[in-house]
Design a protein around this ligand. Structure first.
Ligand code: GTP
Ligand code: MG
Length: 138
């Protein structure tokens, strides 16, 4: 299969939903290839979200993503990027389909429980940003 990168964001960690979200991920057929529990520094969050640096919500996004611990993971499945974005649902939980992770566990467009890479190219860049080769299982 191919790979995507995810983060369980600080809102979902604080709400006690790490276990529920990981269960939905594994039930969805994704295999965990790497995982860590960590808190992003301001520098890391700014770099990770640099593509959004001109957006009005950038400061809020960086503040939110550094507000508490996250779970970062590399996931493997056929069609991983698209299938994972289907599993998580729309960016705004109000527009997310029933049964998606964001519909269940996100509270707003900013605090939306999970990240999922938007392309194979970004999945590789984002996975490499968070994990060294020896942290990924064979
Ligand atoms: P990610 O999987 O987290 O990348 O979400 P996405 O691809 O569905 O959305 P996008 O890449 O466009 O935005 C990245 C993140 O910025 C979102 O997940 C939100 O956390 C945040 N964000 C997007 N739009 C808004 C907004 O209008 N207000 C705020 N506060 N945050 C936003
Ligand atoms: Mg995105």
């Amino acid at each position: 299969g191919n790979r995507t990168f995810t983060m369980i964001k600080p809102d979902a960690v604080k709400a006690g939903n790490i276990g529920n979200i990981l269960q939905m991920i594994t039930d969805g057929g994704f295999e965990i290839k790497a995982m860590k529990y960590t808190q992003l520094t301001e520098e890391q969050a700014k770099e990770f979200y640099a593509v959004h640096s001109e957006r009005p919500f950038y400061g809020e996004l960086v503040e939110f993503m550094t507000s508490g611990p996250i779970v970062a993971a590399i996931l493997e499945k056929d069609n991983a990027v698209a299938d994972f974005r289907s599993l998580i649902g729309a960016t705004n939980p109000a527009e997310a389909d029933e049964g998606t992770i964001r519909k269940k566990y996100a509270s707003s467009v900013g605090e939306n429980a999970v990240h999922g890479s938007d392309s194979d190219e970004n999945a590789k860049i984002e996975g490499d940003f968070h994990f060294s080769a020896d942290e990924v299982v064979a």
